[in-house]
Design a protein around this ligand. Structure first.
Ligand SMILES: *[C@@H]1O[C@H](CO)[C@@H](O)[C@H](O)[C@H]1NC(C)=O
Ligand SMILES: *[C@@H]1O[C@H](CO)[C@@H](O)[C@H](O)[C@H]1NC(C)=O
Ligand SMILES: *[C@@H]1O[C@H](CO)[C@@H](O)[C@H](O)[C@H]1NC(C)=O
Ligand SMILES: *[C@@H]1O[C@H](CO)[C@@H](O)[C@H](O)[C@H]1NC(C)=O
Ligand SMILES: *[C@@H]1O[C@H](CO)[C@@H](O)[C@H](O)[C@H]1NC(C)=O
Ligand SMILES: *[C@@H]1O[C@H](CO)[C@@H](O)[C@H](O)[C@H]1NC(C)=O
Ligand SMILES: *[C@@H]1O[C@H](CO)[C@@H](O)[C@H](O)[C@H]1NC(C)=O
Ligand SMILES: *[C@@H]1O[C@H](CO)[C@@H](O)[C@H](O)[C@H]1NC(C)=O
Length: 483
């Protein structure tokens, strides 16, 4: 059943051909890459199909517990990439449905029934899908839903209104709702870099300088506070408002630098002169910082790994998809900033090969967590499938056009839920060159960060932050499983 549409593998098994460990992946053969991606997507979708079968109506688009709302958003982002990069339309209508069901009454991915696990980072993971949909020309939702770019602008407006100058000189709090007790005093990178990336992509799509001004403002704040290290471009996890962000939690996660680099690549793309040079330096800085997530062992050169937890076997549910986001955003960066292409391609090719070897469990093609062991490590789940899927897809990034742009009137300042705004008819391709997360992500991110450094000493963090305070603040969340 499972492989009824993955013909090669199915036939090989059916014919009694000896099973070859892992998915077959030839990095120079697009058909082979598409096949590997199709298999990874199909297995990932089994988790979703099971969830959909057991959830009440109105919950369409969501993975069941223990996968938080943000991870479902991340999954649909992977499906948008899968659709565009492979050309396979099989999951398009389910993707469209999922985004529509989770859009909310104000067309900004704020859901009344997800308040308990919606922080700024969680909303950001859904919001970047709206940008991807706009940039890829994914069909807009039917009326009365607004065009994708307006959905992204609505989220920007929400976040702009949440910008908090009462502590730390600015920044977004991790949490949005006071009712969400976990991580109330945390200002983290994934929320702020999420806002930065959303602003930068809106700036490029619409040409509206309000968005680029905000992108600069958020970036400068992250840099000033030390979430982004201006010397080595590490993107650290977060800081505590109770100490006015005077100390930093130095744990690094692959998705933080991933979220940040793509915003920087967008800013590079729209800048000129010395500003362009500045963004070029920053993008290269984030490439340099990304190197920490590759080459764990000398026999696993250029293969990606989650360096705060994977080697210690302490990664948690929320962290399994992180490598996929780094692959997603590095590959897209390599197109916008061609000087990064050689390094990034080398990394992604080796990582995809490692991932393919890991996809040899359970169904015979189920992917594992670790890509550097040349096999399946017994650790399966939708996040692991997502990571493998995105690293396979990323090899096809040079086959698609540059992200689309619209016009400056593509999005409006007042939160809009109507479809009467500029639609994709105003969108023109700017180039035909085929160059071209209490809450979830951060919640467990922070909690893992805290517990890892406090209890195991296994990380290489040199943080002097009051980890005890952060750990106790979010321990309840970790213990209860509430992101
Ligand atoms: C998931 O379920 C949908 C709806 O029944 C179906 O169209 C799709 O093929 C299923 N996907 C997989 C991978 O089984
Ligand atoms: C939309 O608004 C209605 C009426 O206020 C509310 O009952 C419902 O929960 C809202 N839906 C979402 C997804 O937030
Ligand atoms: C808190 O930090 C910000 C940014 O560094 C600074 O401007 C502000 O003066 C600080 N507030 C206090 C009370 O120290
Ligand atoms: C990135 O690393 C290269 C090679 O080590 C170095 O020459 C370059 O200055 C670094 N760039 C930044 C922005 O740190
Ligand atoms: C996995 O491969 C083994 C050996 O070829 C085979 O017996 C088994 O049926 C396969 N499992 C699935 C789910 O295809
Ligand atoms: C690297 O060597 C270790 C120890 O021998 C082994 O377990 C691992 O599978 C190897 N990794 C690769 C990618 O070959
Ligand atoms: C640019 O965006 C801002 C914020 O949404 C809005 O207030 C402004 O009117 C927009 N400018 C133009 C020229 O569309
Ligand atoms: C990036 O590198 C890959 C792998 O070497 C190559 O196939 C591709 O053409 C390069 N892309 C650009 C835009 O140079």
């Amino acid at each position: 059943m499972l492989f009824s549409t993955t013909s090669t593998l199915f036939l090989a098994i059916a014919a009694g051909v000896q099973h070859v460990a892992g998915l077959e992946l030839k990095i120079d053969d697009d058909a082979s890459i598409r096949q590997a991606a199709a298999t990874a997507a199909e297995i990932m979708f089994l988790y979703y199909n099971n969830s959909e079968a057991t959830s009440e109506s109105g919950k369409r688009g969501l993975l069941n517990s223990p996968y938080y709302w943000w991870e479902s958003g991340a999954m649909w982002g992977a499906m948008l990439d899968y659709w565009k990069l492979t050309g396979d339309t099989k999951y398009m209508s389910q993707t469209s449905d999922a985004l529509q069901y989770q859009l909310g009454n104000n067309s900004d991915f704020m859901m009344d029934d997800q308040v308990f696990d919606t922080g700024n980072d969680d909303q950001a993971f859904w919001a970047v899908n709206a940008l991807t949909a706009a940039e890829y020309g994914f069909p807009n939702l039917p009326a009365p839903h607004p065009p994708w770019i307006q959905v992204a602008a609505n989220v920007f407006n929400d976040m702009q209104a949440r910008w908090d100058t009462t502590t730390c000189g600015g920044g977004l709090q991790w949490q949005i709702f006071k009712s969400n007790a976990n991580g109330q005093n945390y200002k983290n990178s994934i929320s702020n870099s999420g806002f930065f990336q959303i602003a930068a992509r809106l700036a490029r799509f619409t040409g509206n300088t309000t968005y680029s001004e905000w992108a600069n403002k958020v970036y400068d704040w992250e840099s000033a506070i030390g979430l982004i290290d201006p010397q080595n471009y590490n993107v650290y996890d977060g800081s505590d408002t109770k100490i006015n962000c005077t100390e930093i939690n130095h744990v690094t996660w692959s998705y933080n630098v991933g979220m940040t680099i793509y915003g920087a690549a967008m800013m590079y793309d729209i800048s000129e002169g010395t500003e362009k040079d500045t963004w070029a330096t920053r993008v290269q800085g984030f490439v340099n910082a990304s190197a920490a997530f590759f080459s764990y062992t000398s026999n696993a050169t250029n293969i990606m790994f989650e360096n705060a937890c994977e080697q210690y076997d302490t990664c948690k549910t929320d962290q399994f998809p992180f490598k996929g986001f780094l692959a997603r955003w590095l590959s897209k960066t390599s197109v916008l900033v061609p000087s990064t292409n050689a390094t990034i391609s080398t990394w992604l090719q080796a990582s995809a090969q490692g991932a393919a070897l890991s996809c040899s469990g359970e169904t015979n093609s189920t992917c594992g967590e670790r890509w550097y062991i040349a096999g399946y490590d017994g650790n399966a789940g939708p996040g692991q499938q997502m990571s493998a899927l995105e690293v396979f897809d990323s090899l096809l990034i040079n086959n698609i056009p540059l992200p689309l742009k619209g016009s400056s009137s593509s999005a409006s300042s007042s939160s809009s839920t109507s479809s009467t705004l500029t639609t994709l008819s105003t969108v023109t391709s700017t180039s035909s060159t085929p160059a071209s997360t209490t809450s979830p992500p951060a919640t467990t991110t922070a909690s893992t960060a805290a517990t890892t450094s406090v209890t195991s000493g296994a990380t290489t963090t040199t943080s002097t932050l009051n980890m005890g305070a952060i750990a106790s603040e979010i321990a309840g969340a970790a213990a209860s499983g509430n992101p």
